[in-house]
Design a protein around this ligand. Sequence first.
Ligand code: NDP
Length: 280
Amino acid sequence: MAIRIDGKAISAEIRAELKEKTEAFAAARGYRPGLAVIIVGEDPASQVYVRNKKRACEEVGFYSRGYELPASTSQKELLALIDTLNADPAIHGILVQLPLPKHLDESEVLLRIDPKKDVDAFHPYNVGKIMIGDYRFLPCTPAGVMALLERTGIEIAGKKCVVVGRSNIVGKPMAMLLLHANGTVTVCHSRTKELSSVTREADILVVAIGRADFITADMVKPGAVVIDVGMNRRADGKLTGDVDFASVEPIASAITPVPGGVGPMTITMLLQNTLTAASV
Ligand code: NDP
């Protein structure tokens, strides 16, 4: 039976460390790391994420500010707010909750955030820095996966790593971080032929596709480490991952559950990025 990688416990451990570092930071500098979170419109899932981010900031002793803008906000108004926050010395990290309403140009908005305050690491400048391995911020979800592997004592160097999914926010940066950690990395996507023959090669399998229970035991090498990034809602409202946990757990050596695996790490990494941004 696999070790269950407990994202809740590891996240709590990192947050406790961040709280300590924040107190030391505040004592030395006389101010606290500050995060501004902007949400446009009333998407209920986004509202929950934003609330959780604000609560997490309070937990570790950050200063946080929330901007809840109406869905009718214009591009000009949103860019003006970002300009104001870019110039605000009390704010070290700026996060624009995605997705934005359709009439807004997401790329232009992300480009406007000062790369030094881009704690989501979505600005092309930071994306480029990740590519060359000289980065200040890592995108939160892949960074969370790396922290889980590291704190579980899982060696990456020399391992065959397979990432299923190639999105800009998870799959691609995930592959890059595993490569920087000296894994031998293969990236799969919807056009990959004979997917299961590729996934069966993996010593470390990271799945981020958004399809409930898609990876079954026959697609996994016995003894593999399986990281499930997926978050899917079942018809009964329950959260489930991209990996069929019940069939894969008995053959994996370590596995993340959903919920309680990668999920709790994402906001923790956002906090870490905000402290990093404030520390320069
Ligand atoms: P995207 O929809 O942006 O990307 C999905 C990727 O999966 C694409 O690259 C797609 O391939 C690939 N894919 C889809 N179907 C298949 C298939 N049948 N076989 C192989 N590859 C496939 O999703 P995200 O990366 O944003 O998110 C992925 C999952 O992770 C979601 O469940 C999301 O909710 C979750 N997530 C969880 C987070 C957390 O904090 N735990 C944070 C972010 C996301 P192609 O490029 O060819 O279309």
